[in-house]
Design a protein. Structure first.
Length: 255
């Protein structure tokens, strides 16, 4: 308990305080009040509740010899702690006790844990976003893989959609200009989905270079139908689609 002080000796037979030379801010420390005169009866219980002067009273129990009381106190503010004279109820009064409480916290710093209130709140711990973001790596990797797979299959999906739309328009149900133009547009869309946008302008020479004789017939049959001719006849949709699915020689526009 460090250096001890004896207080209240000025009055003969008065109760005596036994205390450290100073109190440490925020720490639990022990004070003792005992009857110094062995011929006098033991001290009755002092009338104290939760405080002993400015000190918080955390526990109180009789001394082992029954001659006094032990107080467990906590100083929550720096300065000089003055415990006023205690009325013991039997005509005796414990002497006043003065104990310094040195400041142990930097001036202006928060007194965390001393006394409650807003200053008793621990500083907020920032959320560890950097570490938490590591949990996003597996789902992000899965999304990236799915995106790449979706992009690789986009050409096949476009071709499938173009084939489906072409089959609905071919062969033309009639030879009026609107129907023929719609069938021609769906055919060009199908060629563009298979060979690229340049295929929209292909003529006989390009179809021959790509070994697409059936598509050359498709182009000539549409031109003939616009002028009311039946030759060459419309090739079937199955022939046209099958020709697009054949492997094209490299360097001749296939993709």
């Amino acid at each position: 308990m460090g250096l001890l002080l004896m207080a209240g000796i000025s009055v003969s037979g008065a109760p005596v305080w036994k205390a450290p030379a100073s109190l440490k801010l925020g720490e639990l420390q022990v004070l003792e009040l005992a009857e110094a005169d062995p011929l006098k009866p033991a001290l009755p219980r002092p009338t104290v509740e939760d405080r002993l002067g400015p000190l918080r009273l955390r526990a109180m129990e009789p001394l082992p010899d029954g001659r006094g009381w032990r107080f467990q106190v906590q100083a929550l503010s720096p300065g000089l702690a003055v415990i006023p004279a205690l009325d013991l109820g039997n005509g005796q009064r414990a002497p006043e006790l003065r104990l310094p409480v040195p400041r142990s916290i930097p001036y202006g710093g928060p007194w965390v844990g001393f006394g409650g209130g807003n200053e008793d709140q621990l500083p907020a711990i920032p959320f560890p976003w950097a570490w938490a973001s590591l949990l996003l790596l597996p789902p992000l990797g899965l999304l990236g893989w799915a995106w790449q797979r979706w992009r690789r299959g986009s050409g096949a999906r476009q071709l499938h959609q173009a084939v489906h739309a072409f089959r609905h328009q071919w062969p033309p149900a009639s030879c009026d200009r609107v129907t023929l133009d719609a069938a021609h547009g769906q055919g060009r869309n199908l060629l563009a989905a298979r060979f690229g946008e340049a295929a929209r302008a292909w003529g006989a020479a390009e179809f021959q270079a790509q070994q697409l004789a059936v598509w050359e017939q498709w182009s000539r049959s549409l031109d003939a139908a616009r002028f009311g001719h039946a030759e060459p006849p419309f090739p079937s949709a199955e022939e046209l689609v099958a020709a697009l699915r054949e492997e094209r020689p490299r360097g001749q526009g296939g993709r």
